[in-house]
Design a protein around this ligand. Structure first.
Ligand code: ACO
Length: 315
């Protein structure tokens, strides 16, 4: 059986760090409120030249280097983003050009914060079915351009960054399964309108509804993923969750009876980078030596749509 295996990861974070104290100067908030409700202490904010394409290309380059794969051998580029440079061409095509990847399949997907897990699942199908051997998947977001900088309900929650993975066909286990879901009935609890040119478009969110749905759906999702494989929580070496809020992450870990020592957390320093948060966390866990070859990882995310999904991965 063919598997898609993660052979390289990479990330990019904007140079500028914006702390809770920086938000205190702009809106009526406090470090104590933000930390208590979300676990966030700081986030990276993109400068004008740090676009989704620029950050995604840098993250991808780091992933290619780790995998020791030449850009010319990539056959599929998928970019998960809700903050592309252009409506079209796709960010995937712009990154393809920047990295000088020859003619290949390249497209963006939009599944909000679940985008990376969706991209992973699509690339997995292409590789498992033998259509391609090597894929580059990227989550890249400039959330700072979607927030209303006056709205304390949302502005403190988000940050910018990019993460990427190289996936290669392998005979040894890699992605073991992916599980994707969406329910458009929840479209109005978290959304950004299409720009009309008349008014700026911002993130609108019913925080408590999103919170409750996230805890419920992610709890079901991780339990179902383990049940699908007939494995127990003890078989998971690392939970690599979407980084929206430490309380949501803890609730999911609790559902699995997994100690927080087995959870890769970046929310404190990155805040919510939407589709970039999982590949960023993955890259950090791998590069600092916590995540080791052969270990079993559970990735999970939920976001606007609402969409949600998981991936069980043998690294
Ligand atoms: N600083 C200080 N006070 C604030 C702030 C702020 N930044 N934001 C809101 N408040 C106030 C509110 O105005 C409200 O005041 P009031 O009682 O006088 O009306 C009070 O704090 C409580 O507001 P709630 O919305 O009830 O606070 P809650 O405990 O629900 O926390 C939060 C809000 C952090 C947004 C929480 O609901 C949450 O995390 N929801 C999930 C949202 C999320 O993660 N979204 C990301 C995208 S989806 C995803 O990635 C999963």
């Amino acid at each position: 059986m063919k598997y898609a295996k993660i052979t390289g990861t990479g990330s990019y974070l904007p140079k500028q760090v914006f702390t809770n104290a920086d938000w205190e100067k702009r809106v009526n908030t406090s470090d104590a409120w933000i930390v208590e409700r979300t676990g966030i202490k700081s986030r990276h904010i993109a400068s004008e030249n740090e676009t989704a394409t620029m950050m995604g290309a840098n993250a991808a380059l780091n992933a290619l280097n780790m995998a020791n794969v030449n850009a010319k051998d990539i056959q599929l580029v998928i970019v998960a983003t809700g903050t592309p440079d252009k409506i079209f061409p796709a960010t995937a095509c712009l990154i393809q050009k920047q990295l000088q990847i020859p003619t290949c399949i390249a497209f963006d997907i939009q599944a909000a914060c679940s985008g990376f897990v969706y991209a992973l699942s699509i690339a997995d199908q292409y590789i498992k079915s033998g259509v391609i051997k090597r894929a580059l998947i990227i989550g890249t977001e400039v959330m700072s351009r979607l927030i209303d900088w006056q709205d304390r309900n949302t502005c403190v929650l988000f940050g910018d960054g990019a993460g990427a993975c190289v996936l290669e066909a392998s005979d040894s286990p890699g992605i073991l399964s992916t599980h994707l879901y969406a329910d458009g009935n929840y479209n109005d609890i978290l959304y950004v309108d299409m720009p009309s040119g008349k008014e700026p478009c911002y993130i609108h969110m019913q925080g408590q509804k999103v919170f409750k749905l996230a805890v419920a759906k992610l709890g079901e999702l991780v339990k179902d993923t383990l049940q699908f494989h007939n494995i127990k929580s003890e078989d998971i070496d690392w939970l690599v969750p979407h980084q929206a809020n430490i309380r949501i992450i803890k609730a999911t870990a609790d559902k699995l009876k997994l100690p927080m020592e087995k959870v890769i957390c970046t929310v404190e320093a990155h805040s919510n980078t939407s589709s970039a948060s999982i590949p960023l966390a993955l890259d950090i866990g791998i590069r600092d030596g916590r995540i080791k070859k052969g270990q079993t990882l559970l990735l999970e995310a939920i976001g606007g749509g609402m969409t949600w999904g998981s991936a069980l991965v043998k690294y």
